[in-house]
Design a protein around this ligand. Sequence first.
Ligand SMILES: NC(=O)c1ccc[n+]([C@@H]2O[C@H](COP(=O)([O-])OP(=O)(O)OC[C@H]3O[C@@H](n4cnc5c(N)ncnc54)[C@H](O)[C@@H]3O)[C@@H](O)[C@H]2O)c1
Ligand SMILES: NC(=O)c1ccc[n+]([C@@H]2O[C@H](COP(=O)([O-])OP(=O)(O)OC[C@H]3O[C@@H](n4cnc5c(N)ncnc54)[C@H](O)[C@@H]3O)[C@@H](O)[C@H]2O)c1
Lengths: 210, 210
Amino acid sequence: APPQATIRRLSVYLRYLSGLENDGAKVISSQDLAGYLALNPAQVRKDLAYFGEFGKRGVGYSVKKLRDHIIKILGLQQVRKVAIIGAGGRLGRALALYTGFEKRNFKVSALFDNDPRVIGTVLSADAGEICPIENLPRIVKDRNIEILILTVPAQAIKEIYDLIMLSGVQAVLNFAPFKLISNENVVVNNVDLTTELESLSYHLRLKEAG
Amino acid sequence: APPQATIRRLSVYLRYLSGLENDGAKVISSQDLAGYLALNPAQVRKDLAYFGEFGKRGVGYSVKKLRDHIIKILGLQQVRKVAIIGAGGRLGRALALYTGFEKRNFKVSALFDNDPRVIGTVLSADAGEICPIENLPRIVKDRNIEILILTVPAQAIKEIYDLIMLSGVQAVLNFAPFKLISNENVVVNNVDLTTELESLSYHLRLKEAG
Ligand SMILES: NC(=O)c1ccc[n+]([C@@H]2O[C@H](COP(=O)([O-])OP(=O)(O)OC[C@H]3O[C@@H](n4cnc5c(N)ncnc54)[C@H](O)[C@@H]3O)[C@@H](O)[C@H]2O)c1
Ligand SMILES: NC(=O)c1ccc[n+]([C@@H]2O[C@H](COP(=O)([O-])OP(=O)(O)OC[C@H]3O[C@@H](n4cnc5c(N)ncnc54)[C@H](O)[C@@H]3O)[C@@H](O)[C@H]2O)c1
């Protein structure tokens, strides 16, 4: 099976190919694709070969065909409905109002929180009002939510874990600094923005050490 | 040199070891560290061996020593000052007000934007008022800013690129969906939150395909 890093690079290729198609480009070589993205051409070829894309020697890949294929591989032909837990908070609100998700086929379709002061607030027409967290299982089923985004404090993760499992959702994107583990029913991606800063700090230290 | 993925796992080990130390644990085996984090014990040992940490056979690693060592490896003994460009926007504002960064030694010390309606706003006492983007090079030097966080639209990246290079900053965390490439002076981490959703969509498609 292709590694996680290959799947993430597919998203980067997709974004670039979409730009190329808009500009009217018909073909692209692994050399050019790699050059623009500061990647290794052999790595690009290896990533695409996992999915049977080998390109034509000396010509490269068809921009349209490759783009359409990556869209299918990532399952992006249909709209994926997303819900945000902690939508009354700072990060939750920023994600709920972000128009960039819809451009790439993710639609924020439900919002949840446990703070009575924010329940009932309407952040956007599509997502409707912020619902109480107890209604999560019912609303996930009613609105066919496929992905839950967690923007609650780390200590709240344990409180809502059972509700998440009860809801039947199969994918979770967790922003709390607490590693939530995938199981056979739910795949979890953990994003810790502070880890991103720590990885930059590592490089700063290397420069300091000379 | 250790791979990027090893550096990111160090952050995860650090977070877990800090919790253990708070609970009074003295030693931990690679088995237990891996078990709790759903990782492979051999991977944990390999990650730590890059930095000369081998643990004692049958006993494991000293929690305190290992934690202190990882803090040094990641360069987290001192406070790293951070500035946010696009601080008047939704994501920028959420990051500017986030108290979690300071707990891990990152201090938001300057805010920038180009929208006259938000310039002069004070989001937090530490960061001061939102400054005009033209003042970036001077303020980065005056306040010893080491990391820039970019939360501007993708098309604004080209506009501010020269100012970023002029500022002399050595590390950038970019949230705009536009791959900014590292060079010999500036290391860049690109975070595309939509790519996180696309990687989850890939797993959803695999389940759909059965
Ligand atoms: N704000 C950021 O930029 C940022 C950056 C990195 C990480 N994070 C992480 O994202 C999470 C949210 O951060 P924030 O700054 O938005 O915090 P916040 O306090 O502004 O928002 C948290 C929200 O979660 C809600 N909540 C708490 N417990 C809940 C529960 N049991 N069920 C439903 N809702 C619940 C709260 O009512 C609140 O609206 C935290 O885990 C934080 O560590 C945030
Ligand atoms: N909001 C989110 O949850 C989210 C999620 C994923 C990605 N992003 C990305 O993060 C970035 C910010 O998103 P947002 O939703 O906060 O947008 P936003 O429009 O709310 O904020 C953008 C801010 O950047 C400022 N800006 C624009 N051009 C500038 C320039 N040349 N110099 C300085 N400041 C400038 C604007 O004045 C505004 O305050 C975008 O690239 C977006 O794609 C945001």
